[in-house]
Ligand binder design. Structure first.
Ligand code: HEM
Length: 190
């Protein structure tokens, strides 16, 4: 039977699925964000690009919140016993930022889009109304926050990915394979 829930030694399939869905969405939204802001006014993607970016961002926020609720309910697998203290502490800080930054980036994006009082349409399925428009120069300020924190998020995600690849290819431990759904307990043997 599929193991949907975490155990003290492995990540459950729901955690694994949400981790990779969020990672793929963040890298795609970042690429789309850079590309669409460079488009010419007469390019057909000039409108569709931001529509997709905004809609997918709102849906991603729902997934991020679901992920946090699920994490709070679940047991967290213990780190590999061979990991050094500083590595474990650095990973904790990175994980905290990887949970927090996407939420702030999406909220700042929402505050850019709704600064003029217009709602955000999510793929035409439903609308999220403008809840706050009271900040002076809201569009510019939120635009700066959105861009700077998005870059910060991508840099931290790149360092986090390099750490996972280092554990896999250099230390040859199970850190990466267990986030790919493997329930191997090799880590017990250190
Ligand atoms: C924007 C992209 C990404 C985000 C936001 C992200 C976020 C996270 C977070 C928050 C955790 C902590 C899970 C927890 O303790 O609840 C985690 C764990 C993990 N991530 Fe990522 N991640 C991203 C990309 C990647 C990539 C590209 C890789 C691999 C190359 C990767 C490999 C891992 C592994 C192996 C773990 C488990 C670490 C452990 O067992 O302690 N992640 N990720």
């Amino acid at each position: 039977m599929a193991k949907w829930r975490n155990t003290p030694k492995s990540w459950g399939l729901l955690t694994v699925f949400m981790h990779w869905l969020v990672a793929a969405a963040i890298f795609t939204l970042f690429g789309l964000g850079l590309w669409m802001t460079d488009l010419d006014y007469y390019d057909p993607w000039y409108r569709w690009g931001p529509d997709i970016h905004r809609s997918a961002g709102i849906l991603l926020l729902v997934v991020l919140l679901a992920r946090l609720v699920w994490r709070a309910k679940e047991v967290i697998p213990i780190p590999h016993p061979a990991h050094k203290r500083w590595e474990i502490q650095a990973a904790h800080v990175a994980h905290l930022l990887l949970y927090l930054l996407p939420i702030i980036v999406i909220i700042s994006g929402y505050l850019i889009s709704t600064a003029d009082g217009r709602a955000v349409s999510v793929f035409g399925w439903f609308e999220v109304p403008a809840l706050y428009t009271g900040l002076n120069k809201q569009e510019e300020i939120m635009g700066d926050i959105h861009e700077i924190l998005a870059w910060g998020l991508i840099i931290i995600a790149a360092i986090h990915s390099a750490g996972a690849l280092k554990h896999h290819f250099i230390d040859k431990d199970t850190t990466l394979t267990r986030m790919l759904g493997s329930s191997s307990n090799k880590e017990e043997r250190g």
